[in-house]
Design a protein around this ligand. Structure first.
Ligand code: PLP
Length: 360
């Protein structure tokens, strides 16, 4: 692996070169907020290629990537439509922040309500499929066809599926956003976000990233690039493990319901090529969850997902930490829900740990 260039400004010897660089007419890098370090631009292109996009833009976190994309594309009077099955941070942006900017944010419950809203006209359609933590799947191709008829852009958050399992652009999405903090980085040691898009959107979003100052730091880019070296191997093992664990949990007497694409009612046209490494399951009540957590002595409880080892999370401490109890209830998130980010352990070892933790 190459050594990281951690510079944030690159010296000039010629005034003309300096001036041209400031105007964007030279390849000489100026200042890292405007023209990111080479390790950042290499990572951007690498993830864009994985998604089948023309360009990538790297951000300091997934939320920074989502916010910069939405603030670039949404103006007062614009309308955005989304299913409310969204990561809590994105839900809060669309429920609390953008409405105060004069944006019409329509968050609906079901795909049929979503399709109806799109047909009535809108500027942006936002999907997170499968969603965190309920693993709700929406047909990207059908959504894209309707969005195109309404001249609306389709943005997809592909954090949970990852490009290992799904490429939304191939099914008609215009822009893909990622929390690269999760499975792309894979080691729970760097925050990062990426936007994958066309040249036109890249230029617009880039301008806002420069003004907000939310570019990815080179040190974090190096950690994410290192994580990508083992991405396919990790995802292959973790997604197989998740399918096994989902089936095992589904037969467990103390588990009320399992949420995973291999168990959920499959949508007519799933765009998932294989399993995903995230699942959730429901226990009979909140007290059962506390009991389970006490017995998780060899499973890690942590507020993230996408590590090499299996992570247990609760909506109130992870995906929906920003939401109130009432909001979580309104979003249909059961109080007995446990989220599992499945790691690359041996499956026998993993099942034994869950078997122990679920002994009530
Ligand atoms: C689906 C999804 N999108 C976006 C984000 C935000 O990413 P970050 O924590 O890197 O800002 C998360 C975080 O968990 C997520 O799960």
């Amino acid at each position: 692996m190459k050594p990281v260039d951690t510079a944030i400004a690159w010296p000039f010897t010629e005034e003309s070169d300096w001036i041209n660089s400031a105007k964007g007419d030279s390849n000489h890098l100026l200042y890292a907020r405007n023209t990111p370090a080479p390790i950042v631009t290499e990572l951007e292109q690498r993830i864009a290629n994985m998604e089948g996009a023309d360009y990538g833009l790297a951000f300091s976190s997934g939320m920074a990537a989502i916010f910069a994309t939405l603030m670039t594309l949404l103006k007062p009077g614009a309308k955005i439509v989304a299913l409310d099955a969204l990561y809590g941070g994105t839900f809060s942006l669309l429920h609390h922040v953008f409405p105060t900017w004069g944006v019409d944010c329509q968050l609906v419950r079901t795909p049929s309500e979503l399709f109806k809203e799109i047909e009535q006209g809108c500027d942006i359609v936002y999907l997170e499929t499968p969603s965190n933590p309920m693993l709700v799947e929406v047909d990207i191709a059908a959504t894209s066809a309707l969005a195109k008829k309404s001249n609306a852009l389709l943005i997809c958050d592909n954090t949970v599926a990852t490009p290992f399992t799904q490429n939304p652009i191939k099914h008609g999405a215009d822009i893909v956003v990622h929390s690269a903090t999760k499975f792309l980085g894979g080691h729970m040691d760097a925050l990062a976000g990426v936007v994958c898009c066309s040249a036109k959107h890249r230029d617009l979003i880039h301008q806002h990233r420069e003004l907000i100052g939310s570019v990815l730091a080179p040190q974090a880019a190096q950690l994410i690039s290192r994580g990508l070296e083992s991405f396919e191997l990790r995802m292959s093992r973790a997604t197989d493990n998740a399918a096994h664990l989902a089936a095992w949990l589904n037969n467990h007497p103390n588990v009320t319901q399992v949420f995973h694409p291999s168990i959920n009612e499959p949508t007519k046209r799933s765009t998932l090529r294989r399993s995903v490494a995230l699942l959730s399951f429901e226990l009979k009540n909140r007290a059962a969850v506390s009991h389970f957590l006490k017995r998780c002595d060899s499973l890690t409880l942590a507020s993230t997902l996408g590590a090499t080892h299996t992570l247990i999370g609760l909506p109130e401490t992870t995906s929906h930490v920003e939401c109130t109890v009432e909001e979580r209830k309104a979003l249909g998130i059961p109080e007995g829900l446990v989220r599992v980010s499945v790691g690359i352990e041996r499956i026998e070892q993993l099942l034994a740990r869950f078997d122990h933790a679920l002994e009530f």
